[in-house]
Ligand binder design. Structure first.
Ligand SMILES: Nc1ncnc2c1ncn2[C@@H]1O[C@H](COP(=O)(O)OP(=O)(O)O)[C@@H](O)[C@H]1O
Ligand SMILES: [Mg+2]
Length: 222
């Protein structure tokens, strides 16, 4: 691994550790505190028969606003670092991404699993998840697609991830480094993450013909 690549690897690991810490803090502290506020308001409402109907309505309104804020924080946590990824692994986390994509009615997003489906080393699962997350973000931002397929093929010694859309496509710059100047770090970040786990990465795209992202990652034999 070159010095630059090991530097990127260390920065990426530190960034992931920080995201995990923030997600845990928000999940275990902030959401818990907000829940206590909702319960306290409930006690005020039920334990006070002198409250006017208007006061009760306003307190109920406050509870539902806090509930809404909690929902937003939960979604943010799951984007930062889905708890599912650590507990149940890659596939349930990808299913969640697919579900979110499908909330856009114009878009049909599917997950296709082949091979012997199983848990992989956590670093590999995280790489595959982050690539899918960014690739789907790009589909939403740029592709104007009606169909996206996420394919995961579990081989004995390698796992292959494909994300293909039928959108507008683009002419990928052969040197992904060139995107850095425009502050575009998505494709480059995907590639660098794949390199961290000794895999290979490609972007195939052409105007009018959609886009296909492929990552091939070797699975270490214990
Ligand atoms: N699925 C896609 N469909 C169409 N264009 C895409 C797609 N993915 C990436 N692109 C193009 O590649 C560029 C680089 O993507 P990326 O590195 O993720 O940067 P960013 O998302 O910050 O623009 C995008 O600006 C866009 O022009
Ligand atoms: Mg992007």
């Amino acid at each position: 691994m070159s010095t630059a690549q090991s530097y990127i690897t260390e920065i990426t690991r530190a960034q992931e550790a920080e995201r995990k810490r923030i997600a845990c803090e928000l999940h275990d502290e902030t959401i818990q505190d907000l829940f206590t506020v909702i319960t306290d308001i409930e006690e005020i409402i039920t334990g006070n028969d002198r409250l006017s109907a208007e006061d009760t309505r306003r307190l109920r309104c406050l509870q539902s606003t806090i509930n809404h804020v909690m929902g937003g924080i939960r979604r943010f946590c799951s984007e930062l670092r889905p708890g599912l990824l650590d507990s149940l692994g890659l596939l349930p986390s990808l299913e969640l991404l697919v579900e979110e994509m499908n909330s856009d009615e114009e878009l049909d997003c599917r997950l296709e699993i082949t091979g012997c489906q199983r848990r992989l080393p956590s670093e590999i699962e995280l790489v595959l998840f982050r690539i899918s997350q960014e690739a789907l973000r790009n589909v939403r931002k740029y592709a104007v697609a009606t169909e996206v397929i996420i394919g995961v093929d579990f081989g004995n010694r390698k796992v292959i991830l494909n994300i293909s859309d039928n959108g507008c496509g683009f002419a990928p710059d052969a040197t992904l480094e060139n995107y850095v100047h425009g502050g575009k770090l998505g494709l480059l970040g995907m590639r660098d993450r794949v390199y961290m786990v000794s895999g290979s990465f490609s972007v195939e795209s052409e105007a009018g013909k959609g886009t296909k992202i492929t990552a091939v990652i070797p699975i270490p034999s214990n």
